[in-house]
Design a binder for this molecule. Structure first.
Ligand SMILES: [Zn+2]
Length: 199
């Protein structure tokens, strides 16, 4: 039996979410319609409110309900450090990890010429603009340790070095509490190449 048009539309919309397959989308839609209509109405309202009210911080380009986000407007943060990331989700990851007190700048993903994502598209000129007249002495390139993330970091580093700004890359390697024999070869090779002196 085929779903009626409105249910089909709901299932298709839920399938657009990351990690949600056809079966899960169907289960979610039927659960909301059959057992929890108040939750469905709340979900619809929350989605609409977020779509209407959440934009981007004009300074760091993370998701924000205000023109300048709370991280950019916090006077206690260190203006000399700027961490460059690939997405707003990465900002939350770093914030939740704790320990970083500098500022952020969020790129729109990574360089991917085949997909039409060049420096302009991912926001590199905006990053250079945001450094103008600011007291940033170190830029931490925290793009993902993927081929594209590394290429993006190298490209940006090449633009920043002539400006006399210290450019660093996040370390990657052995996870805390991990055991060497279970770590994949690529990660272990990176960890050895990026070793640091302990004294
Ligand atoms: Zn901001």
């Amino acid at each position: 039996m085929a779903f009626s048009p409105l249910i089909r539309q709901m299932v298709d919309a839920l399938r657009g979410l990351p990690g949600v397959g056809p079966k899960t989308a169907q289960r979610m839609a039927l659960h909301l319609l059959e057992r929890d209509r108040p939750a469905a109405a709340h979900l619809a309202q929350a989605l609409q409110a977020a779509i209407d009210g959440v934009g981007y911080c004009t300074r760091c380009r993370t998701l924000s309900e205000t023109e300048i986000c709370s991280l950019c407007s916090d006077p206690r943060r260190d203006d000399s450090l700027l961490c460059v990331l690939q997405s707003p989700a990465d900002v939350w990851a770093v914030e939740q990890a704790g320990g970083y007190q500098g500022r952020y700048f969020v790129l729109k993903g990574h360089l991917s010429p085949l997909d039409g994502m060049g420096p302009e598209e991912i926001g590199v000129p905006a990053l250079l603009d945001c450094l103008e007249g600011r007291a940033v002495t170190e830029v931490i390139l925290a793009t993902n340790p993927t081929v594209e993330g590394e290429a993006t970091a190298h490209y940006i580093a090449g633009l920043l070095r002539p400006r006399g700004i210290k450019v660093s890359r996040i370390a990657h390697g052995v996870p805390l509490g991990g055991e060497l024999e279970y770590i994949d070869g690529g990660t272990l090779a990176h960890a050895l190449a990026g070793r640091t002196q302990i004294l």
